[in-house]
Write a protein that binds this ligand. Structure first.
Ligand code: HEM
Length: 454
């Protein structure tokens, strides 16, 4: 059995060890580089804390499965989210988590998605209209921003029962407020010292203002749902806010602050992840015209001018394209956990509370799991002997696996269908200049394109 201090470790930079690297937007790539050099278990230091990086697919699977009993999210996360009034299902632990998880799962179960589908169709129709306008304007746009409006409309409709119509408006107040919130949360969760409590930087001030704006909007929406519940006979909740306001009747411990935190968590977890997955998918398709053409042919077989119906038809090539995109461009490439007790991970003894960085994307580029792993080849997912998701964890795993995965995949399919039914993208930059930026989720930086009718 080895001690953590006996593991190899990349060279440190400065007094804080590897904090310099951990703060950077390409830390997930850096970790892949370190994995090649130091193996699938190595050590990092953040201030006084030693952390274990785990890039071994089997160990990652075991750890994910051993939650919630043996591992929890790193305790920084709960503290940072609690301080921001955002301690919902993603960041909470123990009984609090169980209670919140049950409500969230209820709101995202297949029956609920079926009932929600007409709203998704309306929002997708509006997305198509927006694409028509953009194609007529023939100007470069940030594709990620366009997808973000779409996913924010869907998530806010599901979470708050409110059609924000961000897709149809030029302003996007909720989404732009969230854009100042995500990176700061990410930075704070990984920071060895809570410097923001001593000194508010420009970003911290934008964070406070953004969060205040969102919370004011949410407080109004909660009141609206309360009025609807009081005035009528709502027995089956139509949205997540209603579900929680109804729960408040039976559970005094569920405060308005909790409701805001839970609703914000859905936005946080559902908006950027799905928008960035869409953006990476169309980026990869724009670089691989044959795969794009094959997708268009498949979509043309299901194109009656309307958004995809429920249940969604079988679209095997689209499925393969999405899986391949999530393999090469995982928007959640790592998660941070810690053991609840002293334990062993592989042959390493680890004490309670040691930060564990799980490199969820470790298997993605490993030739042991995917032949010609660097290349974009959706057909690996359609071959009989082809690839398996066993080595990938795009949605995490175990009891805390992403509860929004079915919703996310439905959104992604409906948006791709709407886009390629009538349009194509012409990227406006050298594809190699589109960078990966990891700040809570991994987004394409500088991806601009014009939308043309195909
Ligand atoms: C392509 C899109 C998405 C990706 C790649 C993604 C990925 C993830 C990952 C990796 C986790 C951590 C899982 C773990 O700890 O094992 C997670 C958690 C979570 N996701 Fe997603 N997600 C996506 C979309 C969504 C959507 C649309 C929603 C809901 C609207 C959502 C809600 C959540 C919630 C609530 C959690 C916390 C679960 C818990 O801690 O129990 N996600 N997601």
């Amino acid at each position: 059995m080895r001690k953590l201090s006996q593991l190899p470790s990349p060279p440190e930079k400065g007094l804080l060890g590897h904090v310099y690297y951990l703060k950077k937007g390409n830390i997930h790539r850096q970790m892949m580089e370190w994995q090649r050099r130091y193996g699938s278990l190595y050590r990092l230091r953040a201030g006084l804390k030693k952390a274990l990086v785990i890039a071994d697919v089997d160990l990652i699977r075991e750890i994910l499965k051993a939650r919630p009993h043996d591992f929890r999210r790193i305790s920084n996360i709960e503290a940072v989210f609690e301080e921001a009034g955002m301690n919902g299902v993603f960041s909470s632990e123990g009984e609090n988590w169980k209670f919140r998880r049950r409500i969230v799962e209820g709101a995202l179960q297949p029956g609920q998605l079926e009932r929600f589908h007409p709203h998704m169709q309306n929002i997708t129709r509006r997305f198509s209209e927006r694409l028509t306008t953009l194609a007529l304007a023939a100007q470069g746009v940030s594709i990620t921003d366009e997808f973000r409006r779409y996913t924010a409309d869907i998530t806010t409709m599901l979470a708050f029962g409110k059609d924000m119509n961000l897709t149809g408006s030029s302003e996007n107040p909720v989404s732009s407020a969230l854009q100042s919130v995500f990176p700061v949360l990410h930075r704070r969760c990984r920071s060895p010292f809570p410097l923001w409590r001593l000194y508010r930087s420009k970003e911290d001030k934008a964070f406070d203002e953004g969060l205040d704006r969102i919370k004011v909007t949410l407080a109004e929406l909660i009141e609206e749902q309360r009025r609807i519940i009081i005035s009528g006979d709502v027995t089956t909740p139509e949205n997540f806010l209603q579900a929680m306001v109804l729960q408040q009747k039976d559970h005094q411990m569920l405060t308005d602050r909790d409701i805001v935190a839970n609703a914000l968590t859905l936005l946080l977890a559902g908006e950027d992840t799905t928008a960035n997955t869409l953006a990476w998918t169309v980026y990869l398709l724009s670089r691989h015209p044959e795969a794009e053409q094959k997708l268009i042919q498949e979509i043309d077989q299901h194109n009656d001018g309307d958004p995809l119906p429920w249940p969604l038809p079988s679209l095997p090539w689209m499925n393969a394209v999405i899986k391949e995109s999530m393999r090469l461009k995982p928007v959640a490439p790592q998660i941070y956990l810690e053991p609840m007790n002293d334990t062993c991970i592989g042959d390493v003894a680890i004490s309670k509370g040691t930060p564990l960085f799980l490199a969820l994307h470790a298997g993605a580029l490993d030739e042991a799991y995917f032949s010609d792993a660097q290349s974009f080849d959706p057909s690996r997912w359609t071959n009989r002997e082809g690839a398996s998701m066993n080595a990938l964890f795009p949605f995490g795993g175990g009891a805390r696996m992403c509860p929004g995965r079915s919703l996310a995949l439905t959104e992604i399919k409906m948006a791709l269908h709407a886009l390629y039914s009538n349009f194509k993208l012409i990227p406006l930059q050298d594809p190699n200049s589109v960078r990966e930026r990891f700040a809570f989720t991994m987004a394409p930086l500088n991806f601009r394109a014009t939308i043309i009718r195909r």
